[in-house]
Design a protein around this ligand. Structure first.
Ligand SMILES: [Zn+2]
Ligand SMILES: [Zn+2]
Length: 102
């Protein structure tokens, strides 16, 4: 198994980077001693890099949900405005009725 660089994103997904330490099988393949190279990858603490951003997929998904949340929030705000208007309209007659009965 060859030691590759591995980049781990904040979301837990990771991507393999270039080879850091080829194993004997891989070396033999490059020297023409083996027909097939080693395609097993592993990484250790030294070759694993943790990054704070999320992977492209997750970042895109998050941006999408963020936009959707903004749209929903705006709709809720408008709904509240509407409810306020309706309740104001309803409140006025009852208030005047109360006044007239007093
Ligand atoms: Zn290998
Ligand atoms: Zn991800």
């Amino acid at each position: 198994m060859c030691c590759h660089r591995r980049i781990i994103f904040a979301c837990g997904h990771y991507v393999w980077g270039p080879i850091v330490r080829p194993c004997p099988d891989e070396k033999a393949f490059h020297q023409g001693k083996l027909d097939m190279g080693c395609n097993q990858m592993w990484s250790d603490v030294l070759t694993t890099v943790h990054t704070t951003p999320k992977c492209k997929k997750c970042a895109a998904a998050e941006a999408k949900t963020g936009a959707q949340v903004a749209v929903i929030k705006e709709k809720i705000r408008l709904l509240h405005e509407l409810v306020d208007k309706i309740s104001q309209h309803k409140a006025k007659p009852t208030a005047s009725m109360k006044l007239s009965t007093c």
